[in-house]
Design a protein around this ligand. Structure first.
Ligand code: NAP
Length: 306
């Protein structure tokens, strides 16, 4: 029986791991499908307190992991496929084995959303991606586009100007959702052109299945156009990773876990932290704060049982 299992190694999971490890619980931390979470695929993080010049997302994550390991956190590459609240403890199926734990912190984060257009799955990796940091450097001196109007889309568009000859930012409305500083940075870059009121309707691929463009429809006039780009970067937000907990933990209509008091879910001993439960703030620092709170809540739960 484990004392504490933490699902996820983004900012929330790793901060929970640091606190739980320092409290001598030697938590088992599950890395899941996307180790390091969203920060591991981002570039410079400029708003995490304590780094006046900013810090690269992967470096920040690596530092947190080392810090948790130093205090005795144990890491395992495994994903939760089933979840069963049992009598006073929790059973989890990890890939092909069952484990039991007294407390569980779910910090499994959120994964990129896709547009849902035909041919989407087949095009991923052939000029369609959701990660500019991972794939931007493959598209040097060619035109590319980013779909979305939030901070992620603006950040990716600005990042891609390092490589691409031109970056189209495609947004379905006539104003961006992004914060002013991120929007200004993208819109003021000479390589970035914003295409307003533009809805992607089809991925255009060549005979080999490689991306050659994107079909767009003007949401005001209905007019269609074909935009020639070598890569489409989709940055339209994320979906919480709560699949194994459906029907067993309280969630909102979009699948975000509900916290009933502090980080407590509706099942005693199960706590939620970070983007898996936060549709409002979704920042690295708020996720870290929730990870800390979840570890403290779990610690109190354990001490009340003794
Ligand atoms: P977001 O804020 O939810 O924005 C998603 C964007 O995609 C919106 O502009 C939305 O359009 C558009 N969109 C959604 N579904 C679409 C569809 N099917 N077709 C076309 N467009 C679609 O997501 P995000 O940009 O990933 O940001 C998430 C959170 O992370 C935010 O809190 C943000 O502040 C934070 N973040 C912060 C930083 C930073 O500070 N360094 C960087 C990245 C993200 P509408 O506007 O019309 O809804």
């Amino acid at each position: 029986m484990e004392k504490m299992i933490i699902v996820g190694t983004g900012c929330a999971g790793l901060t929970a791991a640091i606190y739980a490890a320092r409290a001598n619980f030697a938590p088992l931390v599950l890395e899941g499908h996307e180790p390091g979470g969203q920060l591991s695929t981002t570039t410079l993080v400029e708003n995490f307190p304590g780094f006046p010049e900013g810090i690269d997302g992967p470096d920040l994550i690596m530092g947190m992991k080392k810090q948790a390991e130093r205090f005795g956190a144990r890491f395992e590459y495994a994903s939760v496929s089933e979840f069963e609240p049992a009598d006073g403890h929790i059973r989890l199926k990890l890939d092909d084995k069952w484990v039991e734990t007294e407390t569980l912190i779910i910090a499994s984060g959120a994964s990129a959303k896709w547009l849902g257009l035909p041919n989407e799955k087949a095009s991923v990796g052939h000029g369609l991606t959701s990660c500019a940091t991972c794939d931007g450097a493959f598209y040097r001196n060619v035109p590319v586009c980013v779909v979305g109007g939030g901070d992620s889309a603006c950040e990716e568009a600005t990042f891609l100007t390092r490589f691409a000859s031109k970056v189209y930012l495609i947004h379905r409305r006539d104003s961006l959702r992004a914060s002013k500083i991120m929007a200004d940075r993208a819109m003021n870059h000479p390589k970035v052109e914003v295409l307003w009121n533009s809805i992607p309707t089809e991925y255009l691929t060549d005979a080999e299945g490689e991306m050659r463009g994107l079909k767009l429809q003007d949401s005001v006039t209905g007019a269609e156009r074909e935009l020639e780009v070598k890569c489409v970067f989709v940055a339209i937000g994320h979906t919480p990773n709560t699949g194994p907990f459906k029907g067993k933990l309280d969630m909102d209509a979009d699948g975000y876990l509900l916290q009933h008091s502090g980080t407590h879910t509706n099942v005693p001993g199960v706590f939620a932290a970070g983007d898996v439960a936060d549709r409002t703030y979704r920042q690295a620092i708020t996720a870290a704060g929730q990870g800390c709170a979840a570890a403290l809540d779990a610690e109190r739960h354990l001490s009340h049982r003794v």
